[in-house]
Ligand binder design. Sequence first.
Ligand code: ATP
Ligand code: MG
Length: 272
Amino acid sequence: MTDVLQVEHLSISFGGLKALDDLSFTVGDSEIFGLIGPNGAGKTTVFNCITQFYRPDAGAVWFAPGADRLARAGHHGTDKVDLVGVPVHRVIKHGLVRTFQNVEIIPELSLIDNVLIGGHIDFKASMLAQMFRLPSSRREEAALREKARGALAFLSIDHLADEPAGGQPYGVRKRLEMARTLMAEPRLIILDEPAAGLNESETEGLAETIRRVRDEYGCSILLVEHDMGLVMNVCDRICAISFGKFLAEGTPTQIQRDPKVHEAYLGERDDV
Ligand SMILES: Nc1ncnc2c1ncn2[C@@H]1O[C@H](COP(=O)(O)OP(=O)(O)OP(=O)(O)O)[C@@H](O)[C@H]1O
Ligand SMILES: [Mg+2]
């Protein structure tokens, strides 16, 4: 299996606190990979360092979206890039997208317009064409709207396409965030606690959705989640971290049996 993401020796400090300390792991092609660890272990910080919201002090984040895609982005003759130092909008262009621990949507906009925000990177029509609403621009916009509707339909919320996003129940807003990631034709989707705030049946639906996204969009998923039932059910492999350091990596069964993982969670939770 080729690796879509190789995180190598990642370190970052905030003041005196070493939030990540020489952390390495790899995510394979079409793999659903879980990152777990107690509160404050550094999981969200890992995501921020991968997507370049934070610039790590040391380490590399190799991303391999394929030679064709990289050539389109101006990187010729290679199938992977180190994302460290790459501007956030370019990271998305490479096909690496994320959802946030807290749902980030624009409440005043309709669901479909929120999804279209994720598709602006495809919007090739020139500014001039847009200003004068030339046919090429209108065609492009229509195609994007179609694609956005498809993403909403994939998550079974297309009937709400023209409703404002703000008034929707939490479960719908979470699905909306996922729909938005699909607009980028993702190679890797990073999900930060997608089950937080969902009820049991919504969480079961989410497990199904994550698998469907992987299968039908042919991408990899990197997941941070406290719901161990979901993690163990949906992940192919898991990496456990504690205090920013690597603890263990393996299949759900291997992780569940690992004494180091139990120790890290001791006193915090007992359902690992
Ligand atoms: N921007 C920042 N400035 C200062 N400290 C930070 C910053 N971001 C994270 N930290 C610290 O880094 C450590 C790791 O935080 P992080 O949010 O990555 O943990 P987490 O594993 O995602 O936790 P949770 O499960 O609660 O979401 C914590 O001690 C946190 O306080
Ligand atoms: Mg977090």
